[in-house]
Design a binder for this molecule. Structure first.
Ligand SMILES: [Zn+2]
Length: 436
């Protein structure tokens, strides 16, 4: 109960930011000053980093000064333990341990206080409200139920569930689509949330089996970057609005797709989001890497953290009138790249988009496995019997992207297993990094 009291001013403030009061930019400047000062004083990692770069916390007065600080990345943080990365005054028992799978296959561990965890969760509920979730709605999440699920909010969630304020159920993303459909048909959710690839697969199944639509008001996708073609197709198949939430384990929710436009809104009172292109801020319309500073993570601060995710910058004002900044789009991870024998380095989506377009009628699922720079296998779960001509046509189109030096091979398989995290890997590179 204490936590609710402690978080009440935060909740009220985060609500008032939606209405443009108090000034968001003054709030962001103040939070940044406090954060940098705190990180320098209390977190050994930042003390050493900023000393090395000759930057003093007093030099950071406003968000405009942010670029004076060095960028950091996951590899750099992975070298150290809690004692170096966290507020040295906190005891281990005061912290929650969180782990993300990490695109390189190396798990990345981070720590938060329970109060920080709750704040980030509150901001997620705020996004769901803005997307149209209302008290009493039935909401179902499709996610990985494997392993321990932190239940820090349990008593509050139980209260909310008992009073009917929240009616939330979870479904295991490892269920086959026919079981998932049956369970959802029994629940009749108003809102369905889930990993993008799970939602895409379920939508494909419902369409192929000509089943009744599930009747929810809208669908919320997230947690995975998927090829644009898959996203477009999934949106058509669901026949209700599909909104994307961009989140990462380090910061929880960062941005969401506004129902009034296709633009993403950034949670400006929770994170500072920069888009970096060749060592400078990306211009509107340009793609670059997302760099994040979390304004509410004090136990383990993230200041100018390179996410390896790509976004297209925007200076557009959304017609909904919300004063939060916008992004044009958020696309795949930078690490989802394929090195080709002719020296080119292409984003895997260059291959996946034609694959989806050409084989739309007969592909249920697929996965691209690069066994060597000059050998790529495409594993396909077909929807129906596939002729040799259909396979030839697909190979021809893919070969136009990869060039003649790459040996392309189609393997028809009965299933494609999900990664242990429950997420789907569209691209696997053998002997190297794997795409998410
Ligand atoms: Zn908007």
């Amino acid at each position: 109960m204490m936590d609710l009291v402690q978080n009440l001013p935060f909740l009220l403030r985060s609500w008032s930011h939606l209405h443009g009061f108090p000034s968001l930019s003054a709030y962001r400047d103040r939070r940044l000053r406090l954060l940098v000062e705190h990180a320098y004083r209390n977190v050994p990692f930042y003390r050493e980093l900023y000393d090395q770069h000759g930057v003093r916390p007093e030099e950071i007065q406003t968000v405009r000064d942010l670029r004076r600080l060095p960028l950091i990345d996951k590899k750099q943080l992975q070298r150290y333990g809690r004692e170096i990365l966290c507020d040295r005054r906190l005891k281990p028992e005061e912290l929650i341990r969180r782990q993300s799978s990490g695109s390189t296959g190396t798990p990345f561990v981070l720590w938060r206080t329970p109060a920080e965890e709750r704040r980030l969760n509150l901001l997620r509920w705020r996004i769901l409200y803005l997307l149209g979730l209302r008290p009493g709605d039935r909401m179902t999440g499709i996610r990985s139920l494997w392993g321990p699920v932190p239940r820090r909010f349990e008593w509050l969630m139980n209260l909310a569930q008992r009073t009917g304020l929240v009616r939330k159920t979870d479904l295991d993303c490892f269920l086959p689509p026919e079981k998932m459909y049956d369970q959802l048909a029994a629940i009749c959710p108003d809102v369905l949330c889930g990993y993008t690839a799970s939602l895409a697969q379920l939508a494909g199944y419902i369409e192929a089996a000509r089943l009744q639509p599930l009747g929810m008001r809208f669908v919320v996708s997230g947690a995975e970057s998927i090829p644009e073609e898959t996203r477009r197709r999934m949106k058509q198949q669901w026949r209700v609005p599909v909104y994307d939430i961009y989140a990462c384990t380090e910061m929880n929710s960062v941005a969401w797709q506004c129902p009034s436009s296709e633009l993403y809104h950034v949670s400006d009172d929770s994170v500072l989001l920069e888009i970096e292109k060749d060592g400078r801020p990306a211009l509107p319309g340009e793609a670059g890497e997302i760099v994040l500073t979390s304004l509410h993570s004090y136990a383990m601060p993230f200041i100018r953290y390179q996410t390896e995710d790509l976004a297209v910058a925007s200076d557009a004002v959304c017609p909904c009138g919300l004063g939060f900044s916008t992004l044009q789009s958020i696309s795949g991870r930078q690490t989802d790249r394929l090195q080709l024998p002719d020296g080119r380095d292409i984003h895997s989506y260059e291959l996946l988009n034609p694959l989806e377009l050409i084989a739309e009628a007969w592909i249920s699922q697929y996965q691209v496995v690069q066994r060597a720079p000059d050998h790529i296998q495409i594993h396909i779960v077909p929807l129906q019997p596939v002729s040799v001509e259909q396979q030839e046509r697909l190979l021809q189109a893919l070969s136009e992207v990869t060039g003649p030096e790459v040996r392309l091979e189609i393997q028809l398989v009965p299933t494609i297993p999900l990664a242990p995290s429950g997420k789907r890997r569209f691209v696997i590179r053998m002997g190297g990094e794997t795409g998410s």
